[in-house]
Design a protein around this ligand. Structure first.
Ligand code: 13P
Ligand code: SF4
Length: 330
């Protein structure tokens, strides 16, 4: 085979894109692939700005699950972390679900291993199990009702008052819900690395320097951070608060990626990312979310890999608890 023919063959298979870093306009190519493959790109607010900007829809974990459940697209491209793509596949199994990087996990989901959790649930019979969406399919299969930070309070309040509850895996969100709803709950001892990294001292110092600012926080943050927050809510809740509040300045205690959308939708507001305990680290950025890049987004659309597959028996068990959440959230 002649060299030119060999190169053409490799080019047809797309290998040269990867190995020879040929000049590629990722935005143009992603737009072409989106049309050709009838794909929808769903992105979480913590994604890199360029990924949020090319997505068909950017949202919090509840809105993304709802979009994934109802989409007519043939391929769901999930720019988020693994549990989010997995939830999309559980809800809409006939679709191909791809994600840019299979290693995009979640420290909170990892803090709840299925075999340990199964034992915990068995030790506490007669409890209704409510799990945060940041969990694996196996945990969802052991769960009665899934929730997200947008609907957690509503879901806890929908459970009869005399019914004991297990809440997993986030101890901070769990403690916040106990305070908000007045319900006793057994909490799993898990947490998110990013939301546990915020420094109360540095946030308070920032507040002293910016007394006109409002502190707002995601409920995965620790109790002492939530105590000083004027508003607590999911990523979508925080975005909406910044847009509608009469204040001009905000100290935002959640993953810093959301500042991109906030600034786009509230151009007149001043946004300050809450600082973390460690100096010189990107601790307020989720390393898992940031694994996704435009190049990987392009490659996963082109090769339809990596894709999420889920065994049907497990899917059928897991979908029940997600559907209960979607029903209650209507
Ligand atoms: P939201 O449900 O607010 O989008 O949060 C998801 C998440 O991973 C928070 O760390
Ligand atoms: Fe998981 Fe925390 Fe990253 Fe959200 S920010 S995806 S909870 S590790």
């Amino acid at each position: 085979m002649k060299l030119t023919q060999a190169i053409e063959n490799l080019e047809d298979k797309g290998f040269l894109d990867i190995h020879f870093e040929k000049e590629i306009n990722y935005i143009d190519e992603i737009n072409k692939l989106r049309k050709e493959k009838n794909a929808v790109i769903l992105a979480h607010y913590y994604q890199r700005p360029e990924i949020q900007d090319i997505a068909d829809f950017v949202g919090d974990s509840l809105a993304l699950a709802q979009k994934a459940a109802e989409t007519q697209a043939d391929m769901i491209v999930f720019a988020g972390v693994h549990f989010m793509a997995e939830t999309a596949k559980i809800l809409n199994p006939s679709k191909k679900v791809v994600l840019p990087d299979l290693k995009a996990g979640c420290s909170l989901a990892d803090s709840c291993p299925p075999s340990d959790f199964e034992e915990f649930v068995k030790k506490h019979p007669n409890h209704v199990v409510v799990s945060y969406v940041n969990t694996s399919a196996e945990i969802k299969a052991l769960t009665d009702i899934v929730c997200t930070s947008s609907n957690a309070e509503k879901i806890i309040n929908s459970i009869p008052k005399d019914q004991p509850i297990i809440f997993a895996p986030d101890r901070n969100l769990g403690a916040y819900l106990i305070e908000k709803t007045g319900r006793e709950m057994l909490l799993w001892d898990g947490s998110c690395l990013v939301h546990e990294a915020f420094s109360i001292d540095k946030i308070l110092n920032l507040y002293i320097e910016n007394p006109d600012a409002e502190i707002i926080a995601h409920p995965e943050s620790q109790a002492h951070i939530l105590k000083i927050a004027k508003y607590i809510g999911s990523t979508a809740g925080l975005l909406n608060y910044v847009k509608t509040s009469t204040s001009k300045k905000f100290i935002v205690a959640t993953e810093a990626g959301i500042l991109h959308k906030m600034q786009k939708e509230a151009t007149d507001k001043i946004l300050i990312a809450a600082p973390s305990k460690e100096d010189n680290c990107n601790c307020s950025e989720c390393a898992f979310m940031k694994l996704n890049t435009l190049k990987k987004l392009y490659l996963c659309m082109k090769y339809e890999l990596p894709d999420v597959e889920i065994e049907e028996e497990l899917r059928k068990k897991a979908v029940k608890s997600i559907n209960r959440m979607l029903e209650i959230s209507k």
